[in-house]
Design a protein around this ligand. Sequence first.
Ligand code: ADE
Length: 453
Amino acid sequence: MSEQMQVQLDDRHPTDHEPSTIAAESTSCSGDSTSSSTSSSSTSSSPSSVSSPSRTSSYSVQIEKTQVSASHFRKIRILGKGDVGRVYLVEEKQTKKLYALKVLNKKEMVKRNKVKRAFAEQAILSNAHHPFIVPLHHSFQSADYLYFCLEYCVGGEFFLALQQRPGKVLREHEARFYAAEVIAALEYLHLHGLIYRDLKPENILLHQSGHLMLSDFDLSVRSPAVRSPTIVHSSISSLFSAQPMLDTRSCSDVRTNSFVGTEEYLAPEVIRGEGHTSTVDWWTLGILVFEMIFGYTPFKGTNRHDTFDRILTLPLEFPYFGGNPYFNGTDASGACKSCIRKLLHKNENKRLGARAGASEVKSHPFFKSINFALLRHMRPPILPSRQARPIDAVHFKNIKESVSFELEDDHSPSSSHPPSSPIPMPLNDKNTESSTDDPFADFDSVTVIRPSQ
Ligand code: ADE
């Protein structure tokens, strides 16, 4: 294994959201493949937003320059902690609305070479508008921190919800529901030339409605050129439907070499370091479906080297019973196993989704009962408690904040404020054309206005 392999890996099941990304630019492709939206509080703009809104080139959202700062929010509690930042449950003082505020420490980002990732995450989140992608409401910076003000997902991490199920597993139809929502979100991203690259239960949040939302786009990468969807004429032997399909892999031509992702979820081609395409997202979907149904990931080894070795060489095996209390001695269905097996094809060119992207995955018999256009109207299997108040954040782990962070103390609205001590320039992380020495000079403070639901 190369040295490069060791560098950008996340540990499995960190205690929080660890932000980490690759830079991205804006795209000029549009089209939302899913019909409706889930955000319950997405159209408000901050009381202190300024300047006239400009229509962005894509994704159908409006972006305004903003003067929002940390002092507009009241901190309620910490929700998550990572190496360069924390996520807080906050209340906007004027509207009393709850948000999740992701606070990234500029110095730590420079130290850990994660500046580009924050820019990428902002570019993606500020343009995205999809029911299964966490909406960004504002992003801004102070002298020492970057802030992402996100929709608060009351149901918390899908990972925790899964851990709390008997046997840490879901019934097959429940797993199918979440897999379908993930496919819808990945289809949207791929159509916009983005590869998500970090699908795992920790990066899936549960909205108040019970529908899922993908979060953490810091590992996502964008295609430099986005091509329009094309029609693929299927051959029955390789696809499940004789109907022509829409090839939604707008980013299929992107090959990227970065070694990123989460150990147990890494695709073989990522480990081999040969470059990878959007097909890596279908591999990670296969691992996710397996984990939801059987309660563990299929290639987990005794250590990192062993795990990689298994991913590269070990044939996929299904447990008969898998410790899953719902199966009552029966097995996962043939369609379910076939879908997982095809998603976990070690040859990326033969993997389900390699030919026509999401439409190919949706056409697998495992998803026959799913009406993708009506997903948002289906009743989710896990519903966040209706008794508990959202402000009590009952679906989150209790995390100790070693050093208390006070939003009230951080008044400076922009990078024009000098940092409390100089931020060193990143060594090989030149993400901007800026003439200043501030690597965050081009981080825009924006308010995102999404179309009303
Ligand atoms: N953790 C990270 N982002 C979050 C969000 N948007 N809602 C709840 N918890 C989160």
